[in-house]
Structures are given as C-alpha cells and as structure tokens.
Design a protein around this ligand. Structure first.
Ligand SMILES: [Mn+2]
Length: 316
C-alpha cells in the first residue's frame, strides 16, 4: 500500500492533530508514534481537549515546532486547514499526508497522500486498518480509546467497530473498564460544585408534556445543562450572569430534535434579547450577550419554548 510505504520510508515525521484535539485525534497521533519505527514528533495547533488529557499524559506534544525541520507532515482526524491554526500545509516543502473520516474539506484536496473514508466512525479505526499487523500494546490501547470515544461509548458502533475492539483489546493488555476510566476521568471538584449549585436552583416546567429545566450558575453552565438531561429533563437551559455579560448554554434530548433544533429555533432567535450572539447544533447550543437582566432573558426563552411546543408552561 503506497500510503503506508510512504509513511514507513520517511525520516522525520510530524503528526498534527486538529485544534483542541479530541480523543480520536490524540489516539490516532499516539498510535502512529507507537507504531512507526522512524522518528515521529507529535503536535497540536494549541492544546489537546480536556477529555483527551488523560490519554495524552506522558506524550510530548511539542509547542510550535518548526515545520520545515520535518520531511513528512501527517494530519489526523481533520478535514480542513481552518482547524490547523497557524500551520501552513500549502507551504510545506516535504510530503503532506492525511488520515481522516470526516466529510471532505479543503485539506482533502491539498495533501499529497490521503487515506480517507467518510463512512468510518473514527480515524483510529483507519489507523488500525493501515497497521493491523504492527499495532503494539500502547497503540492498541490508544486506538480502542479513539473508537470508543467517537462512537459515543459504542452507542453508534456497528459490527466493524465491535470487531476492531475485540481484536485490539487482547493486544492492549487492558480490561475494557481500564479504557473507560481513561475516557471518563474524575470530574474536577469545582465543576461538581457548580453542577450541584445549579441543581439546587432548578426551575422546571411542563410544556405540552416536555420537561424544560432552567437554572443559573457562576461557571460550568454547559456541564450543568448536560447533567440535567441525565437527571430527566428534555431540554435544559443554564444561565450564567457575570458583571456585564450573560452566558447561556442549552442541551436537548436526542429524540426531541425532530421537533426542535435548539441552535436554530431557539438560541439564534433570541440573539436580540441577549444583545449578543447565539446559536449551535440541534441538541446543543450556546449564546452570550450584554443583557444582564436575567429575568427578562429567562422569560424570553420560556416564551420561545411555549411558541415551539404550542402550549403554556406549567410550573412543576
Ligand atoms: Mn474523529
């Protein structure tokens, strides 16, 4: 396979993961580092994400390397140059390569060699396909982490992913529970306190049978909003009022996203009230603005949900 031979034959490889690298990106980078015998360095445009810190522990992701010192630059888990910060792939003089499972972006056109499959659930499984024979203990452990993380703890996994896991697990020398503890490190005390405070301030409403929860907290509004879906809310919106700013984070249960797109139908619609910007995905959205009148903002959110669900809110 040309891609693999090219990589194995290169002296001086720089593996680059995307901005705020997630577990799949970090796992793919680490696996390449562990598998390849040639000189491999790891880097990210800024830092690895909070969730990937535990996995990245012990590996040196060099800060701002001089890209010209390398012969090969391989990007993992990233479709577009936009997510690569100040790295300039276009001006790189050596060989550029990409392993990715996202829908095509500009990077897919730009690189010299690519191994891409947008049907794959993770970049980690693509690394495994490439280096099935070569994976060692450390690489296996990382790749399992990447596959499990990108399938939302196997909820979106299919027979291929279960097969990869069953092949990799014995090679990793780990139990599945060891993998899960790498993926879900203990939550910081400060975050747990914020979540508990937010829980103590919950205001719950029933709108046409949907359970809507509001709360407020000084920080960790997104983590708090997420935690209320686990408790039982269909939609949760958590406000954080600061000196001259208000921040809002919302989460919506999957299954309700057929009826409401939280980012477009709710948050974007309330930019004016927030006097700032807001938007997001169907199940997760956020906003911030200069309207520090919390009651006014809260009321606007409640009325928007009443409009969408076509009923008056009942206090629970
Ligand atoms: Mn990925």
């Amino acid at each position: 396979m040309k891609f693999k031979e090219k990589l194995k034959g290169s002296n001086g490889i720089l593996v680059l993961a995307h901005h705020n690298a997630d577990i799949d990106a970090v796992a793919s980078a680490i696996a390449l580092y562990e598998i390849l015998d040639n000189e491999v360095s790891l880097t990210v445009p800024d830092t690895v994400s909070k969730g990937a810190k535990e996995l990245a522990d012990g590996y040196n992701f060099i800060e701002k390397p001089d890209q010209d010192e390398f012969e090969t630059l391989i990007v993992v888990d990233c479709p577009s140059t936009e997510q690569l910060g100040s790295f300039d792939i276009g001006s790189f003089e050596g060989t550029t390569m990409l392993v990715d499972h996202h829908s095509p972006g500009d990077l897919h056109e730009l690189v010299d060699f690519k191994y891409i499959d947008s049907e794959a659930r993770s970049t980690s499984e693509l690394i495994y396909q490439l280096f099935k024979e070569e994976v060692n203990e450390k690489a296996s452990e990382a790749l399992i982490c990447g596959i499990v993380a990108d399938t939302s703890h196997l909820r979106f996994a299919d027979k291929e992913q279960f097969r990869y896991i069953s092949e990799l697990l014995p090679k990793s020398g780990k139990n599945y529970s060891d993998i899960l503890s790498i993926l879900s490190p203990p939550v910081d005390r400060s975050e747990r306190i914020a979540r508990l405070k937010a829980a103590s301030r919950l205001e719950n409403y029933d709108i046409d049978g949907k359970l809507i929860s509001f709360s407020e907290v000084g920080s960790f509004e997104a983590a708090s909003a997420r935690s209320f879906l686990k408790v039982g809310s269909d939609v949760s919106v958590v406000f954080s009022q600061r000196d001259d700013e208000i921040r809002v984070s919302g989460r919506c249960r999957r299954g309700l996203t057929d009826i409401v797109h939280l980012g477009e139908d709710v948050f974007s619609e309330l930019e004016e009230v927030l006097r700032g910007s807001a938007g997001g995905h169907d199940a997760a959205a956020s906003g911030n603005g200069s309207n520090t009148d919390l009651e006014e903002v809260k009321q606007a959110f409640l009325e928007r949900f009443e409009e969408i669900f076509g009923a008056k809110a009942k206090v629970l």
